[in-house]
Design a protein around this ligand. Structure first.
Ligand code: BGC
Ligand code: CA
Length: 388
């Protein structure tokens, strides 16, 4: 346990130091362009207009209208995790880019139109989490036609290496490992099982679990479902999977499915493993409505639930013990890295200039930001990810 905690803390410290390299630099680099122009809005203002020359170049530029345009989009604003990346992109773009993160509304045609519009406005780079990964070639074509505009795919990794190789100006920003955080999640279940013998409610030495999967069309869904199970069984714990089904990454859908399962299995359920926090929160709503998880982890009426992402709304539930934990997927760092890469490549610099990250050598051209285990012992680590 202690060893594990130390390694988590180390990896957190590492992430923090990696971050130190990318948090503030883009804002400073882009500054020279904007400060040269007059600031129409401020000129009309009162106090500030008196001493434009004296304003320190470190501060926000006079007029965002002078900044280059970053075309940015997420596949859907209903996706909590993507919304946090969007927030980070917006924050990191302050003083660097004009950006308005578009909502693809789960519709590829809508997202393609948004990309057309951004390119028509002269976007110097495009960054998107695609609605449908098979649309990548069409997006690449648009960027190419607009004059080799750089593109950064994030969150939904383009796994077709030929597509990735087809465009030099393409980068990806995702998280570490082909298991998409599920090995960490599986290990957390193993640790919990070892520390809480009462988890084996029926005493049969096996874990009766429900595996709530993400959208089957998403790169991370199958690996998360598979690796969490194999990590548990590799640790010598037998499992009986009561249900393995998709909640489509979505709180309401996961709740709906869990409503049926909790009434079918009730006390037989020894764990609910969710491929993301949005679904874990839906599952929690369902089990609480059925009278579980209202009185702490030691109560007989407790169903251990775990997620992935470590969203702020999940951290409260981890702290209160309503769920056992989550795996931090670092939306904040991902957003900063996306903006830094866009800033670098649009100025003809090396994509990773000033960043302590590398591109994966597996042909994905991906920067992979590390995952980290989050339990009640270290929620502050994940919380720090959302303060700015
Ligand atoms: C996240 C999910 C999210 C999905 C959408 C995954 O990496 O863990 O929360 O719904 O990406 O693309
Ligand atoms: Ca059991």
């Amino acid at each position: 346990m202690r060893k594990k905690l130390i390694s988590v803390m180390l990896s957190v410290a590492m992430t923090a130091s990696l971050l130190a390299g990318c948090g503030s630099e883009p804002a400073q680099e882009s500054k020279p362009q904007e400060t040269t122009e007059a600031a129409p809005e401020q000129a009309e203002g009162q106090e500030e207009a008196a001493e434009p020359e004296a304003a320190q170049p470190e501060e926000a530029p006079a007029d965002n209208g002078e900044l280059p345009i970053l075309g940015a989009g997420i596949y859907s604003s209903t996706d909590n995790f993507n919304s946090y990346i969007a927030k980070s992109i917006t924050g990191a773009s302050d003083g660097v880019f004009q950006v308005n993160v578009d909502d693809g509304q789960m519709d590829q045609a809508t997202q393609l139109n948004q990309i057309d519009t951004a390119l028509a406005k002269g976007a110097v780079a495009i960054c998107v989490s695609v609605v449908d990964i098979t649309a990548a070639p069409a997006i690449i074509q648009k960027c190419q036609d607009a004059g080799d505009v750089p593109i950064i795919f994030f969150n939904k990794e383009i796994t077709d290496k030929d597509v990735v190789a087809s465009y030099d100006n393409l980068y990806q920003v995702t998280s570490t490992g082909g298991d998409y955080g599920a090995a960490i999640q599986g290990q957390m279940i193993v640790d919990y099982w070892n520390a809480h013998p009462e988890m084996d409610k029926n005493g049969d030495g096996k874990l009766q679990m429900i595996n709530v999967m993400g959208d089957p069309g998403h790169t991370a869904s199958q690996p998360r479902a598979d690796y969490v199970e194999s990590t548990i069984t590799d640790a010598g714990i037998g499992i009986e999977v009561l249900e393995r089904d998709t909640g489509m990454w979505d709180t309401a859908k996961a709740k709906e499915k869990m409503d049926a399962w909790v009434s079918k299995y009730g006390d037989e359920i020894e764990a609910v493993v969710c491929a993301n926090d949005a679904m874990a929160l839906g599952v929690l709503q369902s089990v609480e409505a059925a009278g579980f998880n209202l009185e702490g982890t030691d109560s007989e009426q407790y169903i251990p639930i775990i997620g992935i992402d470590a969203l702020p709304e999940m951290l409260e539930k981890i702290e209160s013990g309503e769920v056992i934990g989550s795996v931090l997927q670092d939306a904040s760092t991902q957003g900063k890295v996306i903006v830094a890469i866009a800033n670098n490549v649009s100025q003809g610099k090396d994509a990773l200039d000033g960043l302590d990250f590398e591109l994966d050598t597996d042909g994905s051209k991906a920067v992979r930001v590390p995952y980290a285990a989050i339990t009640a012992d270290n929620v502050d680590v994940a919380a720090a990810n959302y303060t700015e």
